[in-house]
Design a protein around this ligand. Structure first.
Ligand code: 4AD
Ligand code: MG
Length: 430
């Protein structure tokens, strides 16, 4: 019977066949251990000369890394492996023999591995990271579907900017100018006025020339937007959503977390509610931690965020930033208009900002004023202003960066390993 590694627990003591690649192998004179992978998981296959015969045993010993084959054998328990099972191989049939696979079990440099990303994805580590990414996406749909949100897909080609004008990828759209979307938010606001609670999930593009372990040029964002919800309501959604995602990964990705050596004790603590500190308090905290030159009105950099996160073992919301350093659409605090009703969510363990969110300006005149203040002119935003003209309501939303969230949950240092084919400042290939 043909099945997969993920299903072997249902076939204890039965003979099955899987299609697999040889990830690795070691052998002695009488026995060979094949590390098999089939995409669904990794499993050891044991080939015993006395059982399989001399010729087949020599063939097994000669198998090369990443050769593909059909392997048949009996599934037995193996308490030492994370899978809990292994295969006693009775037969195998080579489909294609791989010669000189470039990624060997020895150490390779990062640039070499990135150049071979199309092959590197086969490794146990990359497999673990991508399975965790997949689980985060699954748990995201689950959370928003269960809580009454409608998935809405904003456009990727846009005529104007959502977050600021300097970070846009420009392209021609026939005779017109177009830009790749930095954020679907403005469109999600329109959707919230039509459907109440909405979320999007799609690629976004930033042309900023950042070369840090937290920045990609192309990254995927989850952007919920909620009508009739204020800033505080939105923070509650965010902490529940992030907790749900982390707990789902803990429950459904045990093998992958173990393969990555992730300290799951840190993740078990991630349960709502999350701590909140104001921007003012955060400035104080950072000063106390030895950053003397930071002043009220400055934005936080990665070292500041890491210093703030050190004080907490859960993600922490930094709320109410100065209006000047945040986007034009954020609603000023009525009690203190120099700050806006916003929050960044900072992940623990130095992974930095994973969410940016805010309550949006719902007053038409104020929104027009903010446009002028930010030097945004022309008719491109007229449709967005009309949302404030016809039945405007308090509304809030946020954007969660998928790759930074994967990096944190999987415990991976750099976001380049958290997306299948990263687009970086110096990399558009493979
Ligand atoms: O803070 P940002 O820029 O917020 C927005 O785009 C809002 N319009 C979202 C909204 O309210 N609907 O981006 C949101 C998140 C960040 O917190 C970060 O996790 C991620 O997107 N992000 C990046 N991830 C990887 N590489 C980059 N260059 C990123 N820029 C932002
Ligand atoms: Mg941000």
């Amino acid at each position: 019977m043909k099945t997969t590694i993920s299903q072997v627990s249902k076939h204890l003591n039965e003979e099955i066949t899987i299609g697999a690649w040889l990830a690795n192998k070691r052998s002695s004179g009488k026995i060979a251990f094949l590390q098999l992978r089939d995409g669904t998981g990794f499993m050891q296959g044991i080939v015993v000369k006395a059982d399989i015969g001399e010729d087949k045993f020599q063939e097994a010993k000669a198998l090369t890394q990443e050769s593909s084959m059909y392997v048949t054998g009996t599934i037995v328990e193996d308490t030492r492996s994370p899978l809990g099972y292994e295969m006693q191989v009775t037969d195998f049939e080579i489909i294609h023999e791989a010669v000189d696979y470039p990624i060997t079990p020895k150490e390779h440099g990062t640039e070499f591995l990135m150049d071979h990303r199309h092959l590197w994805l086969r490794s146990k580590r990359q497999h673990g990271v991508m399975k965790i990414r997949n689980e985060i996406i699954r748990a995201t749909y689950e959370f928003f579907n269960e809580n009454g949100y409608v998935k809405i897909d904003p456009p990727i080609l846009t005529g104007s900017s959502a977050e600021g004008t300097t970070e846009l990828f420009h392209t021609k759209y026939f005779e017109e100018d177009a830009y790749l979307s930095q954020s679907g938010q403005l469109y999600m606001e329109a959707a919230a006025m039509a459907f109440g609670k909405v979320f999007s999930f799609g690629p976004t593009f930033r042309a900023e020339k950042s070369k840090t372990r937290r920045h990609l040029i192309e990254f995927w964002m989850i952007e919920p937007e909620m009508a009739f919800m204020d800033h505080e309501d939105s923070l509650e959604v965010q902490e529940q959503y992030v907790s749900h995602v982390v707990q789902s990964v803990l429950k459904n990705c045990k093998i992958e977390l173990e393969a990555l050596g992730r300290d799951t004790g840190q993740l078990e603590k991630i349960q709502a509610p999350f701590p909140r500190i104001s921007y003012d308090e955060a400035i104080q905290l950072v000063k106390e931690k030895g950053f003397d030159d930071i002043e009220w009105g400055d934005d936080f950099g990665a070292p500041h965020e890491t210093a703030i996160a050190e004080s907490y073992d859960k993600p922490v919301f930094i709320t109410n930033y100065p209006a000047e350093i945040k986007a034009f659409y954020m609603k000023p605090d009525p009690a203190r208009p120099e700050v806006v009703l916003c929050a960044d969510l900072i992940a623990p363990e130095g992974y930095g900002e994973i969410i940016g969110g805010s309550q949006r300006i719902d007053d038409l005149e104020l929104m027009k004023q903010r446009y002028e203040d930010h030097g945004l002119t022309g008719d491109a935003y007229n449709w967005y202003l009309q949302l404030r003209e016809y039945g405007s309501v308090p509304h809030s939303g946020f954007g969660l960066g998928l790759e930074r969230t994967v990096a944190w949950i999987a415990g991976v240092e750099h976001v380049r390993e958290t997306i299948p084919f990263p687009r970086l400042l110096n990399r558009l290939y493979p």
